[in-house]
Structure formats: structure tokens, C-alpha cells
Design a binder for this molecule. Structure first.
Ligand code: NDP
Ligand code: GDR
Length: 361
């Protein structure tokens, strides 16, 4: 029986990898995308299917997590077997600037989908996946963090996601819905948004290497994260919906690196050696010629920071057979390779007299 899935946030990093995975498994995939003034489907363009061709397997709908009637209409029309709620204002630092919107999209947005499932009488048909996050642990209460570790969110983003987490648990318990949380630790890829720290680093280092950018400005380089690859993680999202009963799972690698270590490894991949000096806001890294290529800039500090995250994925290993295929080194190497390729393209464009606008955030 061909299954139908609905992905919110299909234009994002995970949405793109998940759509690819589900299509490869024979699903019909519906995705919700926001109306934007320019196309923003780059990550899924390779999956695009002309709507005029019959038997389309990838179908896009305009929608928004802040619009209940829109969500109800789409879910009614699609009658999905599985919903993956990946849409969110997902940037922790930006959530301090847009806290109300973040609560609306990330918190109440989750409720809107669960309510739509219930109102449409789909509680027994539609399985629901909620993109929960290691940010829930925030000020960590236990090391490493597992499913039973108490939460202590440290940003408007994490507080909104806390609501999303608990409303998912509540609808499972109250209405017997198959609804589960994947508590995913940071996962990255060449498709990662350019303003998350890993992609910011690999993009900047590649551009510095080719003389397109002078310096990489970072915030807290001591922050420690448990970084995996998005491609591995979306497979677990799917598996969580293929179980007998809905349960919540931590997905992590169980290994931790600092932002500074990420920078060093990225630089090594490009044949650059960095020498760090100073501390706090005066910390810098120079290359072997003494040129400063990394500077700490307090504008990237957060009002409340999550200093350290380290996951314990034992439950997922035992029940879902979780074993990440892509190591940290392979992840950094792939991201650097892809960013070097796009920097080479930009350098070529520049050589021919065109200059690309270089946005820094
Ligand atoms: P991205 O930021 O790459 O993608 C977010 C997606 O949500 C985009 O498609 C975006 O659309 C869409 N979106 C944002 N706001 C709305 C809205 N109001 N209505 C509808 N769609 C909206 O995130 P990731 O792919 O990295 O993450 C996927 C999910 O997993 C998110 O919920 C995130 O919070 C969560 N998460 C991510 C982790 C990670 O390390 N990547 C770890 C743990 C959880 P547009 O393209 O138009 O901006
Ligand atoms: P995070 O990811 O906040 O963990 O949320 P991000 O890559 O933004 O930050 C990771 C750590 O790096 C530090 N940092 C910087 N971060 C950014 N963005 N820019 C900088 O210049 C910079 N310098 C240092 C941060 O302070 C932080 O400690 C991601 C998102 O995908 C969430 O949606 C998801 O829920 C969590 O991962 C798990």
C-alpha cells in the first residue's frame, strides 16, 4: 500500500533530506512551503515534479504554521498516513529577537496540527512526528542527556519547543494518537542554513581560502555540541513512526566538540593551520602568515547560552537500531568540500567582473 506523508518545513535542511528518503521508499510526499517573494526551494529543486504531469509523487502546498484553517484544509485534502512537523523558526539567537512569533509558530503551531488531526477524525489514521530538540535540556541537569533528563530551556525557541514537546505527549495520552517526539541533537550538512555556526564556519573558511572574505566573526567558541549528519537523523525520524507504539527518542552521536575544534578541523581540511591567542572577546586565530582569520565578536553572544550538550542515544540504539553512518570528521569534510565548490564558482563570477553581494550574519 502506497503511503502518503505530509512534511511541514519541506524547504528546510531536514525537510529536503526527509522528502528524498520518503520518495525513495515509494511514498507520495506532500510538503508545506511558505509563500516567499522569491523561490526558496533550492534544497528540493532536484526532487521537483511538474504539477501538470500525472501521478505526481511530490506535491507542494502553500501554508504556514500560524494559520489554523490553512493547516486543517491541507490535512483534510491530503489525508496523510504520517505527518512530520519539521517547520519552525529554528534559529536560537533569532528567537530572542522574535520571541512571540517563535512561540506562535514553534509552540502553538504544533498544537494546530494536532488539533487538525483530531478535528478531522484522523487520530487513528495519522501518525505524528514532532521535531523536538536537545535545546530543551538547556542548562543541563545531567550528563549525558537522555529521554528522562529534566528540561531547562534557555531561549524563547527552546521554551516554545518545550510546549511542542509536551502537547505532543499530551495528545498521545489523552486521545491515543500515535504522536512522538524525536529529541534530536544538532545535525548539520551542506544543506544547513548559512547562519548556523557549522555552515557559517565552513562557508567562511572556504571563502577566506579563495580570498573572497577576510575574516570569520564568531560568538562563543567554547560552546560544546554533539554534532551529527542530517541525512542519518532523518532516517530516525521515519523509523520513529514505524514502531508498534509511539515513544520519544533521543538521537545523538554521544560525542562532543567545541566550536573552536570545529573551526580547526575545517581549516585543516583546507590545508590551513590556525594559531589561537587571547581570550574572551579578544580571542583571535591567525594563519601561519600571521593574518587574522577568526575574531570573536560579542554581537553573536546570546542573552542566555547553552554551553554544553551531549546526548545519550542508548534507547534509540537498542530499539531503533540507531548507529550513525557519518562521522564528525566526514561531516566537516563534506561541508568544506561543498562550500569550497560554491566559493570557486563565486570566484569565477568575480573574475569575470561580476560581484556577488556578500551577506554576513
Ligand atoms: P531549517 O531552519 O532548515 O528549516 C525550517 C523549515 O521550517 C523551513 O522549511 C522553513 O521555511 C519552515 N518554516 C519556518 N517557519 C514556518 C512557518 N511559520 N510556517 C511554515 N513553515 C515554516 O530547520 P532544520 O531543517 O534544521 O530543522 C527541522 C526541525 O527540526 C525544526 O523544527 C528545528 O527546530 C528542529 N531541530 C533541528 C535540529 C538541527 O540541528 N537541525 C536539532 C533539533 C531540532 P522557509 O524555508 O520558508 O524558511
Ligand atoms: P544551536 O545551533 O543554537 O545549537 O541550535 P547554532 O549553530 O546556531 O549554535 C551552536 C553554538 O555555536 C555558538 N556560536 C555561534 N552560533 C551561531 N549561529 N553563529 C555564530 O557566529 C556563533 N558563534 C558561536 C552558539 O552560541 C551555540 O552555542 C541548533 C538549531 O538547529 C536548533 O533549531 C536546534 O534545535 C538545535 O541546534 C539542536
Amino acid at each position: 500500500m502506497q503511503k502518503t506523508a505530509l512534511i511541514t518545513g519541506i524547504t528546510g535542511q531536514d525537510g529536503a533530506y526527509l522528502a528524498e528518503l520518503l520518495l525513495s521508499k515509494g511514498y507520495v510526499v506532500h510538503g508545506i512551503k511558505r509563500r516567499t517573494s522569491l523561490f526558496n526551494t533550492n534544497r528540493i529543486d532536484h526532487l521537483y515534479q511538474d504539477p501538470h504531469v500525472p501521478n505526481q509523487k511530490l506535491i507542494l502546498h502553500h501554508g504556514d504554521l500560524t494559520d489554523s484553517t490553512n493547516l486543517i484544509r491541507i490535512i483534510q485534502q491530503v489525508q496523510p498516513d504520517e505527518i512530520y512537523n519539521l517547520a519552525a523558526m529554528s534559529h536560537v539567537a533569532v528567537s530572542f529577537e522574535t520571541p512571540e512569533y517563535t512561540a506562535n509558530a514553534d509552540g502553538i503551531g504544533t498544537l494546530r496540527i494536532l488539533e487538525a488531526i483530531r478535528l478531522l477524525g484522523l487520530e487513528k489514521k495519522t501518525k505524528f512526528y514532532q521535531a523536538s530538540t536537545s535545546e530543551l535540556y538547556g542548562l543541563v541537569q545531567e550528563v549525558p542527556q537522555k529521554e528522562t533528563t529534566p528540561f531547562y530551556p534557555r531561549s524563547p525557541y527552546a521554551v516554545a519547543k518545550l510546549y511542542g514537546y509536551w502537547i505532543t505527549v499530551n495528545y498521545r495520552e489523552a486521545y491515543g494518537m500515535y504522536a512522538c517526539n524525536g529529541i534530536l541533537f544538532n545535525h548539520e550538512s551542506p544543506l544547513r542554513g548559512e547562519t548556523f555556526v557549522t555552515r557559517k564556519i565552513t562557508r567562511a573558511l572556504a571563502r577566506i581560502k579563495l580570498g573572497l572574505q577576510d575574516c570569520l566573526y564568531l560568538g562563543n567558541v567554547d560552546a560544546l555540541r554533539d554534532w551529527g549528519h542530517a541525512k542519518d537523523y532523518v532516517e530516525m525520524q521515519w523509523l520513529m513512526l514505524q514502531q508498534e507504539c509511539a515513544e520519544d527518542f533521543v538521537i545523538a552521536t554521544g560525542q562532543q566538540y567545541s566550536v573552536r575544534e570545529f573551526v580547526n578541523l575545517g581549516a585543516e581540511e583546507l590545508g590551513m593551520k590556525l594559531i589561537w591567542s587571547g581570550s574572551g572577546v579578544d580571542e583571535t586565530a591567525t594563519d601561519v602568515n600571521g593574518k587574522t582569520v577568526v575574531r570573536v565578536d560579542p554581537r553573536y553572544f546570546r542573552p542566555t547560552e547553552v554551553e554544553t550538550l551531549l546526548g545519550d542515544p542508548t534507547k534509540a540504539m537498542e530499539k531503533l537500531g540507531w548507529k550513525p553512518k557519518i562521522s564528525f570528521k566526514m561531516l566537516v569534510s563534506e561541508m568544506i568540500r561543498e562550500d569550497l565548490r560554491s566559493a570557486e564558482r563565486d570566484a569565477l563570477v568575480k573574475q569575470h567582473g561580476y560581484s556577488a553581494f556578500d551577506y554576513h550574519e
